[in-house]
Design a protein around this ligand. Structure first.
Ligand code: NAP
Length: 271
């Protein structure tokens, strides 16, 4: 399907699950994240999959990089891609989330969330899009969230960054189409990853009650739905029935969704 994919946030969770599916289908991958330890572990786990298959030419490379540091991205990524070749798939999945009540989210946390989730995506796009254009095209997946479509209780900073990614992706889609670059947006619901486990530490009780209604998806399922969505040339990919129905309900009956959210909040505050 694809020859070479760059995956930011490829060392963990959904990004690693996507990398797994890609190497299984014969795509070489470049994993980008900040910490070398998890990158090395992810590389080893992917190489194990490759060694058990017939696709020995599939390569796994890693690049330790903070996507929010635009100078670092400019300095490290283009020379790296000079060596490896230009990717035909870019997956922008690096992200963080810090849920809490609005007054309990430190300004620094808000800044970091915007700088990594939105700024990081912008920085990587800025480095890769010109190369993809020169190479004749490619596919870009930006990772938003269901919380980037429906403002979720406790996720003010995160939702701001993820809504922004939807706007960025819609505009970019229209702009890149004539240059042969397909831009897509992935909006997963709650998915069982280290990030979700981390969120549990600060997630307000009200958020737990509201999101508890939707369940949690496996990262492998999200990855498979993404690849299927790419194959079907979908712009917005929302994995899972509950995610899709929630989005549909919100578009058709926003007052009903607000009513359900308010009821959950009231029930938590009564106890
Ligand atoms: N899990 C969910 O419920 C859920 C739902 C909807 C959307 N999402 C989105 O899906 C994406 C992946 O989330 P996940 O749950 O799979 O999280 P995860 O397991 O915590 O993985 C996050 C990845 O991003 C990397 N990363 C974070 N900050 C970075 C930075 N500044 N520079 C480079 N890499 C960075 C992490 O590696 P290092 O820490 O080593 O840098 C890691 O590889 C995120 O954008 C998230 O917002 C997740």
């Amino acid at each position: 399907m694809y020859k070479l994919a760059v995956l930011t946030g490829g060392s963990s969770g959904i990004g690693l699950a996507v990398a797994r599916e890609l190497v299984k289908s014969g795509t070489s991958v470049i994993l980008i994240a900040r910490r070398p330890g998890p990158l090395a572990e992810a590389k080893a786990s992917l190489e194990q999959i490759i060694s058990g298959s017939s696709s020995a030419e599939v390569k796994v490379r890693t690049l330790a990089l903070d996507v929010s540091d635009s100078r670092d991205v400019k300095r490290k990524l283009p020379p790296f891609l000079d060596e490896t070749g230009i990717p035909d798939l870019l997956y922008n999945g690096a992200g963080i989330a810090y849920p809490n009540h609005f007054e309990s989210i430190p300004e620094e946390m808000f800044r970091q969330t915007m700088e990594i989730n939105l700024g990081g995506t912008w920085n990587i796009l800025s480095a890769v899009i010109p190369l993809m254009k020169a190479a004749g095209g490619g596919t870009v997946v930006n990772v938003s969230s269901l919380a980037g479509l429906i403002g979720t209780y406790g996720y003010t900073a995160y939702a701001a960054s993820k809504f922004a990614l939807v706007g960025l992706s819609q505009s970019l889609r229209n702009e890149m189409k004539p240059d042969g670059i397909d831009v897509r947006i992935l909006c997963p619901p709650d998915t069982d990853t280290p990030q979700l486990a981390e969120e549990e530490k600060t997630k307000p009780e009200e958020t737990r009650k509201i999101s508890g209604n939707a369940g949690v998806m496996a990262p492998e399922t999200v990855a498979r739905v993404l690849l299927k969505g790419l194959h079907r040339r979908r712009f917005m990919i929302i994995p899972g029935f509950m995610g899709k129905i929630t989005w549909l309900l919100y578009r058709l009956f926003p007052s009903l969704v607000h009513y359900l959210i308010d009821s959950d909040v009231r029930s938590v505050r009564k106890t």
